[in-house]
Design a protein around this ligand. Structure first.
Ligand code: MBD
Ligand code: FE
Length: 284
C-alpha cells in the first residue's frame, strides 16, 4: 500500500463521496410511491425486526446501541457502503433472475459515470509507474445468439494496488483506473490495466465498527468492475475476480459467482498476465 494514501483515507471522506455520487446518479424521489407496495414491504421488514427482538429478548441497551450506530452510519455517509455490502447482492439476484446472458453481480458504491472514452485497444488512465502486475483483459461482446456487437461499450473501474478507488480516496488522479472502452466493429476489446488488490472496508467508520463488533473480516477479494452495453441490448453490471485470490470464497459482500472468476496466464513475450473473457448480452 502507498503510505501517503493510507494515512489520509478515512471512512467519513469516502462515505461522503459515495453518498454524493449516489445522489447525483439517482435524485431523491424517483422510486414509485405505490402505497400498497410500501405498506407490504415496510410492514414485513418491521415484523421481521419485531420477531428478532422477541426471539432474542433484545434489551434497551442493545436498542440504544442500534440507534447510535444508525446515527453514525448517516454521519459517516456510509449508507451506500452498508447497503451495497450486505443487501445489494440479493436485489441483484432477483433483478438478474430472467437474464440468459453473462452473469452480473452488484455495482457497489464506487461507480462514477462518464469515465474517459477509449478505443478498442487501450490502457486505462493510470499514474506513471502505477504499481501492480500488468493485466491484459481482452474479449468480445456478443448477443446471446453469438452475433458480434459492433461498438459495444465496456466501462471498467477498479481499485489500485493498494485497494484504493479514484474519487473515493485522496491523492489519486480523477479517472485513475477508470475508462469507457468502445469495442471495434467485431465487438472486440483489449484493455491494458494492472491487477487490483483486495478491498478492505474502512476500519475507522460505522461499517468497520459493525464488522469488529460481530467478529467478521472486512475484505472483498480483488475485483474488476464492469458495465457492458450495446444498442438494443440490456446493460450488464458485473465484477470479475481472480482464481486463487484471497477472499474469493469469502467475500464480505457475497458478490462472487463461479462464472465470474478469471484465471489469467503469464503473457508469452513480456510482463504481466492476460486473460480472455467474452460477454453475451440479452436483447433489450
Ligand atoms: C467495493 O469495492 C465494492 O465493490 C463493494 C460492492 C462494496 C464496497 C467496496
Ligand atoms: Fe469494488
Amino acid at each position: 500500500m502507498t503510505d501517503t494514501t493510507t494515512a489520509q483515507a478515512t471512512a467519513a471522506a469516502s462515505g461522503a463521496a459515495a453518498t454524493e455520487q449516489f445522489r447525483s446518479k439517482r435524485p431523491a424521489g424517483t422510486a414509485d410511491a405505490d402505497t400498497k407496495r410500501v405498506n407490504t414491504l415496510v410492514s414485513e421488514l418491521l415484523a421481521a425486526t419485531h420477531g428478532i427482538i422477541r426471539r432474542h429478548k433484545v434489551t434497551y441497551a442493545e436498542y440504544d446501541a442500534l440507534k447510535s450506530w444508525m446515527i453514525q452510519v448517516g454521519e459517516d455517509g456510509e449508507w451506500p457502503l452498508f447497503l451495497d455490502v450486505w443487501v445489494e447482492h440479493v436485489v441483484e439476484e432477483v433483478a438478474g433472475e430472467h437474464r440468459e446472458g453473462s452473469k452480473g453481480t452488484i455495482e457497489g458504491p464506487y461507480y462514477v459515470p462518464g469515465a474517459p472514452r477509449l478505443p478498442a485497444e487501450a490502457t486505462l488512465p493510470m499514474r506513471d509507474g502505477e504499481e501492480g502486475t500488468p493485466l491484459l483483459f481482452r474479449g468480445q461482446v456478443r448477443s446471446v445468439h453469438g452475433t458480434p456487437l459492433a461498438g459495444a461499450t465496456i466501462e471498467m473501474w477498479h481499485a489500485d494496488n493498494g485497494g484504493f478507488y479514484s474519487q473515493f480516496a485522496p491523492e489519486l488522479p480523477k479517472w485513475n483506473l477508470r475508462g469507457t472502452v468502445v469495442a471495434d466493429d467485431q465487438g472486440n476489446f483489449r484493455i491494458h490495466t494492472i491487477q487490483p488488490a483486495p478491498y478492505q472496508i474502512p476500519t475507522d467508520g460505522s461499517c468497520g465498527k459493525l464488522i469488529n463488533a460481530a467478529g467478521w473480516h472486512a475484505w472483498r477479494p480483488a475485483h474488476l468492475h464492469l458495465k457492458v452495453s450495446a444498442t438494443g441490448h440490456q446493460l450488464i453490471t458485473t465484477q470479475l475476480y481472480f482464481n486463487g485470490g484471497k477472499y474469493v470464497s469469502d467475500d464480505i459482500a457475497s458478490a462472487v459467482k463461479p462464472e465470474l472468476i478469471l484465471d489469467p496466464v503469464p503473457v508469452a513475450d513480456g510482463d504481466g498476465r492476460e486473460v480472455t473473457y467474452d460477454f453475451a448480452l440479452d436483447k433489450a
